[in-house]
Design a protein around this ligand. Structure first.
Ligand SMILES: Cc1ncc(COP(=O)(O)O)c(C=O)c1O
Length: 429
């Protein structure tokens, strides 16, 4: 039976025809702009050029005079731990371990240890539990979710609110179900919406009652020093709060200098309570005889102290802040009131764009046809399932500002077209 026209507002076919025509014109322009991942721009990498010449052919002596070229130093040199522990994790140097380059690899290692051996307070390895579940605040970082999926950990999405995960939901879930072993947290400038956790949320996470004795908070502070404004939100002391609540081994912290210097050539940092650090080192000692201390010295010489990190990140801010303003401005110009919402983050690498419900996938598809590659819709959700199909992650860092303005205008056009197509299809059902 042919579909029936229902309540078609006179303006809608016109809007659809106009947007379709504009989309055809953009498709003919042959754009090719990739905004799929949040990687640093070449100008940011240029800021660290001097790093490449360090520590130099005769610069391999550590502060205590030992030879950084040789094996050893499982926890990392004291001078590099003193440099990075505070700014990246808000911990004292004794409570961190320097890894290789990637914090994601450390998260993989932590989950592997938990599954094979158990956490410090586990009754048995997680792999011997009937099931293991993690709370995943959404929208969130897709690679956290891939780790869970890869390890067979069931994911429970919980909304990420303006000040952190919806704690009423989190507390109810973890109190009731001993299979819930952990939660992912990106506490400062979350990926993708730029949320900063409040002190109240952090205190509740640290102290909440959990049915699992070995419940663990995976605290990924990937964007600790990646500010876009003059504001400097402090690293909240979740380890101290957990210890005060009698839960000192609850928190596993991760960060890296991947997006401070060079991805792949930075340093990853693990942190936690003294006994969590012992647990980590015990398992680490089977895996490596010592990390790359020359890279550790390179970091110490390049930054000098925490003020050096601050100066370097201010220079990065000057590159990045105009790009985030550009996204805000172009979306403001191209979306009518109420047609979309987007975040205006104070730091981090992403903007989250909320389009009309049911339109995110179609928007990404239309953008691809127009030569703009975006992160797949659904990626910021466990199993790629965005129940409302309305969230798109925008990664403005790696494209030049001219291309970025063009790309955002095209994304807005595609979102408006997707909404018009949906409205018109609805009218014909
Ligand atoms: C939240 C978050 N954690 C971790 C990473 C990866 O960090 P690394 O390069 O240290 O593995 C990223 C990279 O985009 C990220 O957004």
């Amino acid at each position: 039976m042919p579909a029936l026209l229902r309540n078609a507002p006179a303006s809608e076919p016109t809007a659809l025809a106009r947007l379709t025509q504009q989309h055809l014109e953009v498709c003919a322009r042959g754009l090719a702009i990739n905004m799929t991942r949040g990687v640093p721009a070449a100008e940011q990498l240029d800021l660290a050029e001097a790093f490449l010449a360090l520590p130099g052919v005769d610069g391999w002596h550590t502060r205590d005079g030992s030879d950084a070229r040789n094996y050893g130093g499982l926890q990392g040199l004291p001078e590099v731990r003193e440099l990075l522990a505070g700014p990246l994790l808000g911990l004292p140097a004794e409570q961190v371990v320097i890894g290789e380059n990637s914090s994601l690899a450390l998260m993989h290692e932590a989950l592997s240890n938990a599954l094979l051996h158990g956490m410090p307070r586990s009754e048995r390895p997680w792999s011997r539990e009937a099931e293991v579940k993690f709370i995943c605040p959404v929208p969130g970082y897709d690679r956290h979710f891939s780790l869970c999926e890869g390890f067979g950990i069931q994911m429970l999405p919980v909304p990420l609110l303006e000040d952190g995960p919806d704690m009423d939901q989190v507390e109810a879930l973890v109190a009731a179900d001993p299979a819930i072993k952990g939660v992912w947290c990106v506490p400062k400038y979350s990926n993708p919406s730029g949320v900063i956790y409040s002190q109240a949320v952090v205190a509740r996470l640290a102290a909440m009652v959990t049915a699992a004795p070995d419940f663990s908070i995976f605290w990924d502070n990937a964007y600790a020093v990646h500010h876009l404004t003059a504001a400097r939100p402090q690293n909240l002391d979740i380890c101290g709060l957990a210890a005060a609540a009698g839960q000192s081994d609850r928190v596993l912290m991760f960060a890296s200098t991947s997006k401070v210097l060079f991805p792949g050539a930075g340093l990853a940092v693990f942190g936690g309570s003294p006994s969590t650090v012992d647990w980590w080192l015990r398992h680490r000692s089977l895996r490596t005889i010592g990390p790359d201390k020359l890279n550790q010295l390179r970091h110490v010489r390049f930054f000098g102290d925490s003020q050096g990190i601050e100066r370097h990140m201010q220079a990065q801010q000057q590159v990045l802040a105009p790009k985030f303003s550009c996204v805000d401005q172009v979306f403001g110009e191209h979306f009518a009131e109420g047609a979309a919402r987007w975040s205006r983050p104070l730091g981090g690498y992403f903007v989250s764009l909320e389009v009309q419900p049911g339109c995110a996938r179609r928007t990404v598809e239309l953008a691809r046809e127009a030569g703009i590659a975006l992160t797949p819709a659904g990626a910021p959700f466990p199993y790629g399932r965005d129940a409302h199909d309305n969230l798109i992650r925008i990664s403005p860092t790696c494209v030049g500002i001219g291309e970025l303005a063009q790309a955002c205008a095209v994304v807005a056009l595609c979102a408006n077209l997707a909404a018009a197509q949906q409205a018109t299809a609805g009218d014909y059902q």
